[in-house]
Write a protein that binds this ligand. Structure first.
Ligand SMILES: [Zn+2]
Length: 364
């Protein structure tokens, strides 16, 4: 290694002596690296202080939770909805009418749930940059990026696991947030915990072993009580795998609500999704979203058979093996927090005076 480095520097020196200075510089063009710790203007996403009006505009693709978009004319805005720090982020641009993406810069790391802007130097001057396939090009100064497409590639083991999920679900929060009927207002703690719960759910159903387990489980019934055929089960699973949107909220009076794209649970369910054998409500509501009513055991069990019982051993294994993207309740520690800024608080966890509302037991 040391030997080859010596050779490289020797060759480079020769180049510097014999060739024009500009050409020698081309051999050492390196992609700009942004050090996250030096950035200013970094803001939190889904923080406790985030207003409900802003919270309900959040929209998160669970398998690709780092968003990037043009902001104004000279900057890009990044929004990271992962709950773990990610590393090695490469930012690309594809200009209108061009074939290949061009690497603009790299970011060393991004912490969980943050947003920030980065200036684009290509709007100020011509630049030498690499295309995705490694070709060095000279990019002219850009005057209009409105049709440019920005994207990111994250070379991080955790992020790659999210990226590898088959399920394309985009998670949204109900626009209407009021204490009315069976609905409670969500606060940002619920939104963060929902993000964890649905990421894990998408991860579960993205696994080949889950599909195999579902197909092999016998005794699942349709709304008319007849057994689901192989074809029907395949169609149900295809629905899980191809659905674009999942909407969630927070319910009261009942344990959960589901139907259409809506899958919502009560706070006590949301606080306990890290527990083994605690999948019943969530999977029941997913069953509703998949078009099944209470006469089908895709919701409630009948004759000890149910959708959630088919999933139970698989979910328990995810928890035991710590295979879920987010398996540890201590990461968010939602249950041990409360919100007092709006007079609101976490109904399941601690009261403002430190007392508990309801004891929740976590088992590992
Ligand atoms: Zn139900």
């Amino acid at each position: 290694m040391k030997y080859s480095l010596l050779i490289c520097s020797f060759i480079l020196m020769l180049f510097s002596c014999k060739k024009a200075e500009k050409e020698a510089l081309e051999t050492v063009v390196s992609t700009k690296i942004v050090n996250f710790k030096t950035l200013t203007g970094v803001e939190d996403l889904l923080a406790d202080t985030e207003s409900v009006a802003v919270m309900v505009t959040r929209s998160i693709v669970l398998r690709d939770p780092l968003k990037i978009e043009l902001s104004g004319t000279k900057e890009v805005k990044l929004m990271n909805f992962t709950l773990k720090t990610i590393r090695n982020i490469q930012v690309f641009v594809k200009l209108a009418g061009t074939g290949e993406r061009v690497a603009l810069l790299k970011i060393d790391s991004i912490t969980p749930l943050v947003t920030f802007q980065l200036p684009l130097s290509i709007v100020d001057h011509e630049e030498q940059l690499y295309t995705e396939s490694g070709q060095l090009i000279t990019l002219a100064k850009q005057t209009d990026l409105s049709k440019a497409v920005f994207s990111v590639v994250v070379d991080d083991p955790f992020y790659k696991r999210l990226n590898a999920m088959k399920i394309p679900w985009r998670l949204n929060f109900r626009k209407s947030q009021e204490d009315v009927g069976n609905w409670y207002r969500m606060n940002p703690l619920h939104a963060r915990e929902s993000l964890v719960m649905f990421t894990n759910l998408a991860y579960l159903f993205s696994q080949e072993s889950t599909q195999t387990g579902f197909m092999a489980y016998e005794g699942l019934t349709a709304n008319d009580g007849t057994l689901l055929s192989e074809e029907k089960k395949s169609a149900v699973y295809r629905d899980i795998l191809t659905r674009a949107n999942i909407e969630t909220g927070l319910v009261r009076n009942v344990s959960g609500l589901g139907g259409g794209n809506l899958v919502a649970v009560a706070e006590y369910v949301m606080m306990r999704h890290y527990n083994k054998n605690a999948e019943e409500v969530l999977v029941h509501e997913l069953g509703h979203a998949l078009g099944f009513g209470h006469s089908s055991n895709m919701t409630y069990a009948s004759n000890s058979k149910a959708f959630h019982l088919a999933m139970r051993p698989l979910i328990n294994k995810m928890l035991t093996d710590r295979e879920y993207p987010y398996w540890d309740y201590r990461m968010l520690n939602t249950y041990n927090k409360y919100i007092d800024m709006t007079g609101d608080y976490l109904r399941e966890g601690k009261k403002p005076n430190g007392d508990r509302h309801n004891p929740t037991k976590y088992e590992y």
